[in-house]
Write a protein of this length. Sequence first.
Lengths: 438, 420
Amino acid sequence: MFAYYLDLALRSLKRHKALTGLMIITIGFGVAASMTTWSVFRAVSGDPIPWKSSKLYVPQIDAWGPAVQKNNPDPEKGPPDALSYGDAVALMRDHRGKLQSAMYMISPSIVPAVAGQHPLNTLGHAVFSEFFPMVDVPFKYGSGWSAADDEHRAQVAVISSKINRKVFGGGDSVGKTINIDGHDYRVVGVMDEWNPQPRFYDVVNTGGFLQQDEGVLLPFNTAIAASMSNDGNTNCYESPKETGFVGLQHSSCIWNEYMVELDSASAAQEYKAYLEGFARERHPGWAPNVRLRGLMAWLDHAHVVPPDTRISLYVALGLLLVCLVNTAGLLLAKFLRRSSEIGVRRALGASRREIYTQFLVEAGMVGLAGGALGLVLTGLGIAGVGWVLPRDIAALARLDVTLFLTTLAVAIIATMLAGLYPTMRAAAVQPAWQLKSN
Amino acid sequence: MTLPPILAALKKHKAGVMLITLQIALTLAIVCNAVFIIGQRIDRIERPSGINENNLFLITQSWVGAPTGDDAGSVDKLDAMQQEDVATLRNLPDVESAISINTLPLLNSTWSGGIGLKPDQQSSTAQAAFYFGTDEMIPALGLKLVAGRNFTRSDVNHMGFRGHNRPPIVIVTKALADKLFPKGDALGKTIYVDRDTPSTIVGIVERMQVPSPDSWANDWFWNSVLIPTRLDAGFARYAVRSKPGRLDAAMREAPKALFASNPMRVIETGDNFEDTSVHSFADIRTHAYRADRGMAILMGVICLILLCVTAAGIVGLTSFWVGQRRKQIGIRRALGATRNDILRYFQTENLMIAGVGVVLGAILAVGLNLWMMKQFAMDRMSLLYVLVGVIALLVLGQGAVFAPARRASRVSPVEATRSV
């Protein structure tokens, strides 16, 4: 019977080629616009570390006090998004989480061992040894450094595969010496390809998305001792009293990021209580103002998903809605025009149910064809987003199996939904009335 | 032509009429808001930077193993290196002018702060971005001095990158001058850029954008302060203007000359704008507004698809109705209705449907804008957008209905005598 309905649907669709074509094109464009914008939205709103994002937390401490908060245009008036050096180091010293790391962004130059090559710039972070197990940095060779290395300000470095290729020509470079900003460091680890999007451990400085991958990771204390200055944002409520990088370290300026791993919700509660005590002790001038956000809440708070991405998605969904209303109108007109045909079928014994099936099959076929066109257009759309969106974001949108299936499913289901009311009307046709009127 | 027969006919297709009305309403609401977004983005992109952008390019470079810049001796050393680079660049045959400056409009890298009118003011009077350079900033960037004087060579000093920003004299943009001193008497007045150290305004330039084109700087976009201080750090930026038509050549030669004078430095070629590299100002501008341009294009494409779909929907539905009513049209023609009467019938019908649609759509459009204002901190949409949208959709409806309506008008009166 289903094959018969397919045949009927094909014939009916062929009879009004222009109208059928119009419906297919409408569905195709509507689906493609939604799917293209959704693919971008999916890419930027995803969980960068799904297996443990629920255990990662970002603490915030108000190092400036309510006098400054009064001028804060943000209605929520939360504490600043980063920590002062003093607070970050004191939190590390207390070491209350399971794993934790203070960090700051660095942009050192690397001098290739090969003579005649220009030095190259790289992006990285100064972190503590627990950073590596905490965010699950993948290693190709070697590993991170030890807590003792943190303590002794060891001259060690973890480098990316890319830097490894550029400087050493690839291979296991653990134990080799690399010249960073004019100082020698011993390579203890070479990272595997690692470029999490969003760059969840430091969204403050990266804005979330960076094409450039993490080139080098150095021990926090070593970088401080080498006066390797902060390449990320520095926010000051008042100018540091002393000049230079040391002055920055002694100031209330905020330029350090912090992440902590806590195993359970109760551990998080305890940590929050500890933070309040910590704030009371370090900033006795005002009531403690602290936050402890889980990673996903933190990404949301930092507005990692660009508003433009969200607006585009909503507008495209609006377009899809209009396309569906349009298709519903056309299907209605089409189905009702066949009232006499329906009347004959009903008079010959077809049940309402069979009429339903017949017309929903027809709508589904329009949806399938629209979906196929939509797939082609979505492919074009994703190829074209690089042309309209910022490169770091556009690079994340891809056509994969999920998107492929979702596109088809959305097209078919949406068209059948649009065909539901027209089908209902078609099934309600009274056979006797139709036969009489002819 | 009277309306009752049209209304009676429409009542027969209640669902179809409602769907097309809804479609027109939704189309109007979305198109108005999308066009509003496009308009805003174009306004942003077209803001003048205030500098002469022709033949201008920027070199960002860093020295390897440079002095830390934390003590006076190493600051002096860095300063000498910087001035040596500027001299190297100026000596190139294709270069017209070269200056060192901490950042440029549209480059994003920003040093900003609150400006006060009194020492230790609790909340600042205005937010502003700082440009650190020399007396050559104004002529080399083509800034227009509208009051007061430029810095002189003897006004210029230098300090470490993390030094205290305490300039005795400054030059401000007109926008900032007017914000701080609404009476227009800013010249010669004292302001506080570092809470407790007074700075005298010695000059006012017509216009200079802050470095960030992003929305966080929207409220103080024209508030710039020029400071006669060279900033000394392990990296330096040089704004270079080539001789007319020699931009490419100068951009090729400049890094070579710098490497020749001191190879221990990083200047990369590539797309990364945050990094040490050489970029023409035209590229910097394109990069800065890439997202805005993209959003405008995307909204434009979606509007185009929407309008096409809705026009096609009207054509399709009206064609069906015409096909359905051939007999009735024939009867009317046989009873003396002219072709024009039939044409006008369908046009009036469409006008009524579209009329209801645009009224609903106008309300939806304003509602959508209010929601976006709340969700995305968007501006209030001018009702002009809605008005233009209403007219555009009514015209679109009439245009779309014309072809099927004309076909209807050609139905012969003989049809009346045929059975279906």
